[in-house]
Design a protein around this ligand. Sequence first.
Ligand code: GLV
Ligand code: MN
Ligand code: MN
Length: 419
Amino acid sequence: MSSARPGGRPSTSPPAFAELWRDLEPLGRDARSGGYRRFSWTEADARCRSWFTERATERGLATHADGNGNLWAWWGKPGPGAIATGSHLDSVPDGGAYDGALGVVSALAAVDLLQQKSFYPERPVVLGAFTEEEGARFGVACLGSRLLTGGIAPETARALAGDGGVTLAEAMTAAGFDPAAIGPRDDLLAGLAAFVELHIEQGRALAPLGSCVGVAEGIWPHGRWRLRFGGRADHAGTAELAGRRDPMLPFAHAVLAARQAAAARGGRATIGKVTAEPGGANAVPAQVTAWLDARAGDEAALAGTVSIVRSVSEKTAAEHGVTLDMRQESYSPPVRFDAELRDRIIGVLAAAGMAAPVLPTAAGHDAGVLAARLPAAMLFVRNPSGISHSAAEHADLADCEAGVRALAAVLEDLAGPAR
Ligand code: GLV
Ligand code: MN
Ligand code: MN
């Protein structure tokens, strides 16, 4: 017979992580690619939101949205000194199952573990599921946490338009949320004492070290820039090469310049999204729009990379009679996570028998945005291939369960009796 715990689930509940994972796994998965298309404010996003709210409610947590669409689920009475954990449920186009979702599922499973051992937090624990972390629909990474912390003006955010021209305000309205309510929530942030985000490792540092869990040191500065090359449409057969104003040519120079400039600085540069309009196979395009994602170990190297892409694009655009409009869509400065919190977490994990190496990362996270306002930390769960932002992303179940145990130990320490 199962016994109900106050505000909790029956004690005979099946292994929490696997059950939660199975439940969430089909939502927003594309049958053809096997990847996820959980874009904010879409039907898939709504299903993920309902899933989170229902799973939190059945654990006795009190849920609410914060006006920016970020979801919060409180274990214990909302109040000062809360320990926050969680991640995001949205994905890149055809993204993997783990990026973001692992942190949200693990947070719920960690609550299960703690409830099963009759732990009750002295300081409230709050689970967060952030909106549009990937910026896949509206172009600004970590949009939900940026709005929460005042990192983007509400009126700027409301006007952001995705492919097809639908604005954030329109998409939120269509999903039943009020876009007038978006904006900073200093009141909510003031109540948080720490944020710990668990995330799949993006890269392959843990496997050779033989560790299933790592701890973040910091995040490289990174950003996105949109390059729009404007030319003149013409016939692919009859338009002489010399007289063309073909935007594809300076774009091609920009791609190569980005690669070379990043390589020279030990950084990264990627153009993963490009559109040619109107898109006729037998026509010179009128316009090419491309998105540069650039990252580097420091801001000078990043600025150097972007400046070279800009100057090569300007020069080659002029040579081909093409216009260029290059603008920054989002920027994330370098992050160094709170050393005291990180060392405390390493100590807690060591006491639980887990050696957790400290790793830098070039991936962006809501924890990086929140780190500007409160002590924040990250736990990484081993990714055997290192692949991420791909349907091939994977973590072994045993490692995910170790991640849950690690997170539960950290929450127990941070939200338990003061030491
Ligand atoms: C988010 O995953 C990013 O690093 O772009
Ligand atoms: Mn991601
Ligand atoms: Mn992520």
